[in-house]
Design a protein around this ligand. Structure first.
Ligand code: PRP
Ligand code: MG
Length: 214
């Protein structure tokens, strides 16, 4: 057998990490080290796992540092328009939405014109607003975006919504759903033939797991 290994990026910590490792396990792929280390290898499948930060993964795919990744569609929409979407994986479902304070009047998207919006998704938000003919002042924040209206930094926020708990706790209401997202298998633009063969085997196994889950 060839020594060639497929390199996969998995979110280091956060909502995708656990379900990503679970689907590999269900596909019969054992990953040796726990998530303590940033790199791990499978003992029974030609796979090497790199634990990376979500937002960095599209660039690693583009640079060919990793061949594939389990990643949210929301991240690819924001930073990965050249990356191939392979399978939908059915977990980490969320929405990318705009929310405003519960007390604010909201009659429609035109109410956001000229407003300040805090977000970690500037590209997605910009193209949405552009389509709607709205001009807003974007404040880019990497985390805890929902706090922005409460501290007077913004009139609205745009971030992912899953259970809705974070919006609720911060007295915000969801007013626009920009996209729906789930975890997918993303593939680098220039993957080698040898690794493509391993990928085909992995895809076959993942499809079987997904079929069994429905
Ligand atoms: C994410 C996201 C939202 C929240 C949505 O934040 O940015 O704030 O989860 O989930 P919910 O609707 O189930 O509450 P995360 O907790 O990952 O932290 P961060 O924003 O600081 O990265
Ligand atoms: Mg958050």
């Amino acid at each position: 057998m060839s020594k060639e290994k497929l390199r996969i990026a998995i979110q280091k910590a956060g909502r995708l990490n656990e379900d990503s490792l679970k689907i590999l396990k269900d596909a019969g792929i054992s990953i040796d080290n726990g998530k303590e280390q940033l790199k791990a290898t499978s003992s029974n499948f030609p796979l090497e796992v790199l634990y990376l930060r979500n937002g960095d993964i599209p660039q690693y795919l583009r640079d060919g540092v990793v061949d594939i990744a389990f990643l949210g569609e929301n991240v690819l929409e924001e930073k990965g328009d050249d990356i191939v979407h392979s399978l939908k994986l059915g977990f980490s479902k969320c929405r990318v939405s705009i929310a405003v304070p519960k007390s604010a009047k909201y009659n429609g998207i035109e109410d956001l014109d000229g407003k300040r919006i805090a977000t970690s998704y500037p590209n997605t938000l910009n193209s949405f607003l552009k389509k709607k003919g709205i001009t807003a002042d974007l404040h880019i924040i990497n985390g805890s975006v929902e706090i922005a209206p409460n501290i007077g930094l913004a009139d609205a926020i745009c971030d992912i919504v899953s259970s809705g708990n974070t919006l609720f706790k911060n007295n915000l209401k969801e007013v626009e759903v920009m996209m729906k997202s789930e975890a997918i298998l993303a593939v680098a633009p220039n993957i080698s033939e040898d690794r493509r063969e391993i990928l085909n085997k992995l895809e076959f196994r993942l499809k079987s797991v997904l079929n069994a889950r429905t």
